[in-house]
Write a protein that binds this ligand. Structure first.
Ligand code: PLP
Length: 458
């Protein structure tokens, strides 16, 4: 069955003519044969197979493709906070495999308990009761189930354009056409969506000032007010799930989360923060929500938690939400896997011991200053935004119309690959940069220079 064209969202498309042109000029015969084999073996789907290129090595900030080309990975699916293949992590995983390779769920094991306790220590407020899953999508669904049980309500509010996972439940909470349309659409009764904060393209029609900042006197946080409005009209919402800093990226306008937190408290709604991409330091604080001084009732982590080697995700809930003892929240096979939990524990220790959160904050500030300067030079840049190592460069046809410059974004993407830099686009025209927290100042400036030159070529 043929699918209708879907709007660009989470990631760049794998089917564009620009990609085909890049592959025609950049790939050798052996790589093409490997991609053909991949395409024969795997189910094709948007943003995965057919693939871009092959990868032979992943080390630190670097990917090396099958032809020996080295790329700085400023995408990394947000798993590579500590860099790929960190030696201390590999050693800890190996030792754990020798000591205890698996734990059936009915048995407690030291690394799983130690990780749960560690998460209780590093997360804000009274977040301390934990459950592990293998992937983020599952963890999101566990969080929602817990909120339903704790409140006795079943509705969940989330934001248009958000992504919370590809499962039938988590996809229903997502607000992207890619996941909500067609015969495989994820739709779940009780899911309600509201327009998100997105100051550069405010869904409520408010303009940003010349510096790209929201004018709060004018907009009066219409986006937060609408959340309150929907909670009141629905009356019996169990939870809101959202990314505190959106992965597109978009930062919340000042005060947004405080207002939403107050609205949640007024309406008896639990606040779930999905920090699967942003957690563990990406934005220059251990958790993106810490920038907002708002503590969720339930926090969801994943991706980098496994150190870029193993899959593990976590739900961390307020201790008084431990009320589901008679129900099944999500007893997944690898719920207490000693190897994945050891990997996560060691990853957090590496982040702490190497001062990686501080590095993310420092390099992020340098990058934002450089991006602001780039915006002054390049009329094709409509907006630059971000925090820590979650950065975005929005390309436009004109600053007046803000028409998305999607073709230019694609050209920049492939020119950057030629110059040794990998990143992804979101919404078709936002160059989205999420390097590991280990990135050096030199590497960041080099990456931005590559992008600068690629944009200037037009
Ligand atoms: C915000 C957010 N939530 C949930 C998920 C789903 O995680 P996973 O792919 O591990 O299921 C992702 C993955 O990209 C994500 O970015």
């Amino acid at each position: 069955m043929s699918m209708p064209a879907v709007s660009p969202s989470e990631s760049d498309s794998n089917l564009t003519p620009e990609r085909q042109r890049w592959q025609a000029r950049a790939l050798d015969d052996a790589t093409r044969a490997a991609l053909d084999a991949d395409a024969r073996a795997f189910l094709h789907q948007s943003v995965s197979t057919p693939c871009l290129d092959t990868v032979a090595k992943a080390e630190g900030i670097w990917l090396e493709d099958g032809q020996g080309r080295r790329l700085m990975d400023f995408h990394g699916n947000n798993v590579h906070h500590i860099g790929y293949g960190h030696p201390r992590l590999k050693a800890a995983i190996t030792a754990q495999m020798d000591a205890l390779p698996f734990a059936p769920r009915r048995f407690a094991c030291e690394p799983a308990t130690a990780l749960a306790e560690k998460l209780g220590q590093i997360t804000p407020g009274d977040l301390s009761k934990v459950l592990f899953t293998t992937g983020g999508s599952d963890a999101v669904e566990v969080a929602v189930k817990l909120a339903r049980i704790a409140t006795g309500r079943f509705k969940v509010l989330s934001f248009w354009d958000a992504f919370h996972g590809a499962g039938l439940g988590s996809g229903a909470l997502s607000g992207e056409m890619l996941f909500r349309s067609g015969p495989a659409a994820s739709l779940m009764p009780g899911t309600t969506h509201v327009a998100p904060f997105a100051c550069y393209r405010c869904p409520y029609g408010h303009d940003v000032d010349d510096d790209g900042r929201p004018d709060l006197d004018r907009c009066k946080l219409a986006c937060a007010k609408m959340v309150d409005y929907v909670l009141e009209r629905e009356g019996d919402v169990a939870a809101i799930i959202a990314e505190p800093a959106r992965a597109i990226p978009y930062l919340p306008p000042p005060g947004f989360w405080q207002q939403v937190r107050e609205a949640c408290d007024r309406h008896g709604v639990l606040l779930i923060f999905d920090e699967i991409p942003t957690g563990l330091g990406k934005t220059g604080r251990m958790f993106a929500s810490e920038h907002e001084n708002v503590t969720p009732d339930i926090l969801v982590l994943g991706k980098a938690l496994g150190g870029g080697i193993l899959p593990i995700a976590a739900v961390v809930a307020r201790s008084d939400l431990d009320v589901a003892g008679d129900w099944a929240l999500g007893h997944y096979t690898h719920e207490k896997n000693p190897v994945t939990t050891r990997a996560a524990l060691t990853t957090i220790e590496i982040i702490e011991d190497e001062g990686l959160v501080e590095n993310a904050a420092r390099i992020g500030e340098i990058a934002m200053a450089e991006l602001e300067a780039m915006k002054q030079r390049q009329p094709a840049i409509g907006d630059v935004r971000g925090r820590g190592l979650l950065l975005g460069i929005e390309l436009v046809e004109s600053r007046e119309t803000k028409a998305p410059a999607k073709d230019l974004a694609e050209r920049v993407l492939y020119r950057a690959l030629d110059a040794g830099l990998s990143f992804k686009t979101t919404m078709g025209n936002v160059l989205t940069l999420t390097p590991p927290l280990t990135v050096s100042e030199g590497q960041m400036l080099k990456a931005l220079a590559i992008i600068d030159r690629a944009i200037a070529e037009g």
